[in-house]
Design a protein around this ligand. Structure first.
Ligand code: UDP
Length: 238
C-alpha cells in the first residue's frame, strides 16, 4: 500500500459542515459521514488533530448577535465549538477511534483544558485530538485556531475542509469556465485576491511556512486521497 505523505496533520472542519441539509445544529448523517473519512485517514497511521468551527450554532458576527457586545458574542461562538467538538469526539469514539477534546477556555467539568505537551502526547499515542473553543480569544475565528494549533503541534499541513473542492480561477457556481488550481503560492493567492482562509490564519501559515490544502468535505474519500498524495483540492504553499 502507498504510504501517506504526512505523519501529522491539522484538519479544520467548519461548523456548517455538520448541518448537512439542516438549517441549524448537528445532523447525524453528516457527522457520521465526516467521521468515516477521519477513520480512513487515521487508519493510514496519520496523526490527526482537528479544529472544528461553530457556525452551525452561533457566530459572533451573525445577524442574531446584532446589537450584542462583540466579545460576548464571540465567547458564545467559542462555546458553540465546544458543543461541536463533543459531538465529533463522541462520534469518533463510536467509530472506534480514541479521541480527546481540549478546550482553549477552562470548562474542566466538561472537557480538559488545552495544554500543549499533553496534546502532543495524545497525538504521539495515536489519539485524535479535537481542539475546542478556537483560540480562546474573541475577534478571532476557528481558521486562525487551526493555523495556530497546526503550528503548535508541528503539523505538516492544514487541511481545510470546505464545500468546494479547492480554489478556482472564478466562482465555479457562476462561471462554467472556472478552473481549479491544483496548487498556488501564498503570494499568488494574495495577488489574485483569493480568500483561502481568513487573513490572520493565512498570515500565520505563511509566516510558519505551513502549507494549506483546501478540499471538499462533501467528496467522500477526498481526505484519504490527499493523504496519499492524489490530486485533490488546492495546495497553498510557499
Ligand atoms: N470564535 C472566536 N475566537 C476564536 C474562534 C472562534 O471568537 O478563536 C467565535 C467567533 O464568534 C466565531 C465563532 O466562534 O464566529 C464560530 O467560529 P467560526 O466562525 O470560525 O466557525 P465556522 O465558520 O468554521 O463554523
Amino acid at each position: 500500500m502507498t504510504s501517506p505523505l504526512y505523519k501529522r496533520v491539522l484538519l479544520k472542519l467548519s461548523g456548517e459542515a455538520l448541518m448537512g441539509e439542516d438549517q441549524f445544529g448537528i445532523n447525524r448523517a453528516s457527522i457520521e459521514h465526516m467521521v468515516g473519512d477521519v477513520v480512513e485517514a487515521a487508519n493510514l497511521g496519520v496523526e490527526m488533530a482537528i479544529v472544528i468551527g461553530g457556525g452551525n450554532i452561533f457566530r459572533g458576527v451573525a445577524p442574531g448577535a446584532k446589537g450584542m457586545d462583540r466579545a460576548t458574542a464571540d465567547y458564545m461562538g467559542m462555546l458553540a465549538t465546544v458543543i461541536n467538538s463533543l459531538a465529533l469526539a463522541d462520534a469518533m469514539e463510536q467509530a472506534g477511534l480514541t479521541a480527546r477534546v481540549m478546550s482553549a477556555i477552562g470548562i474542566d467539568q466538561v472537557v480538559e483544558s488545552y495544554v500543549r505537551p499533553k496534546a502532543l502526547q495524545y497525538l504521539e499515542e495515536g489519539k485524535v485530538v479535537v481542539f475546542a473553543a478556537g483560540t480562546g480569544n474573541p475577534f478571532f475565528t476557528t481558521d486562525t485556531a487551526a493555523a495556530l494549533r497546526g503550528a503548535e503541534m508541528g503539523a505538516e499541513i492544514v487541511l481545510k475542509a470546505t464545500k468546494v473542492d479547492g480554489v478556482y480561477s472564478a466562482d465555479p457556481m457562476k462561471d462554467t469556465s472556472a478552473t481549479r488550481y491544483s496548487h498556488i503560492t501564498f503570494d499568488e493567492a494574495i495577488e489574485k485576491h483569493l480568500e483561502v482562509m481568513d487573513a490572520a490564519a493565512f498570515a500565520l501559515c505563511r509566516d510558519q511556512k505551513l502549507p494549506i490544502k483546501i478540499f471538499s468535505i462533501l467528496k467522500h474519500g477526498a481526505l484519504k486521497r490527499i493523504l496519499l498524495g492524489e490530486d485533490e483540492g488546492t495546495l497553498v504553499h510557499i
